[in-house]
Design a protein around this ligand. Structure first.
Ligand code: SF4
Length: 167
């Protein structure tokens, strides 16, 4: 299976709890004003790569505690993202996904191929578009106050939004 990516960062301490690798997916249609990564918008840009080849770039060092999907919009390539997520979870890493969709929008896509699998493989979903007027640098792991960090498995089970908290 092929995936289109904008880039890969082996180590980050700002894109999820602990030390995590970050995979940036290519393609985003949310067009948030003030987006941190507008070069990731074009769906025909970036790098197209076989997932088998991509995962050769990942280094699962002992210090690594997590893996983050960012963008771009990872949910534009749900089946490819779910395939990579499955591999990352086999390494027992915490998986977070950044998306410009709200949680409610993600739920409306659940029947589509890959969506539910990807949501269920994630340990945390940072959801919602970046809104410049709600920018808040004091918030951990997100840029604006409309964005929530959701625990997907618990939220699906309890049929209500369950939020991640740092403590
Ligand atoms: S969802 Fe993320 S990548 Fe897409 S436009 Fe908004 S901030 Fe940029």
């Amino acid at each position: 299976m092929i995936v289109r990516i904008a880039g890969f960062s082996q180590e980050s301490v700002t894109d999820g709890p602990g030390l995590c690798s970050v995979l940036f997916f290519q393609g985003c249609h949310h067009a948030c004003t003030g987006c941190h990564n507008p070069q990731s918008w074009g769906i025909n840009k970036g790098e197209e790569i076989e997932i088998e080849d991509l995962i050769q770039r990942f280094q699962f060092t002992p210090l690594l505690s997590g893996f983050t999907f960012s963008g771009g919009e990872p949910f534009l390539q749900p089946e490819a993202a779910a395939c990579i997520a499955e591999y990352v979870k086999s390494k027992e890493l915490n998986l977070w996904i950044y998306t410009g969709y709200t949680w409610e929008e993600l739920l409306s896509h659940l029947p589509e191929p890959g969506f539910q699998k990807l949501i269920r493989l994630a340990d945390g979903i940072v959801e919602g578009p970046y809104r410049k007027e709600l920018r808040d640098l004091s918030l951990p792991y997100r840029g604006s106050s409309n964005q929530r960090i959701i625990l997907p498995e618990a939220s699906l089970r309890q049929k209500q939004v369950v939020l991640w908290s740092e403590s």
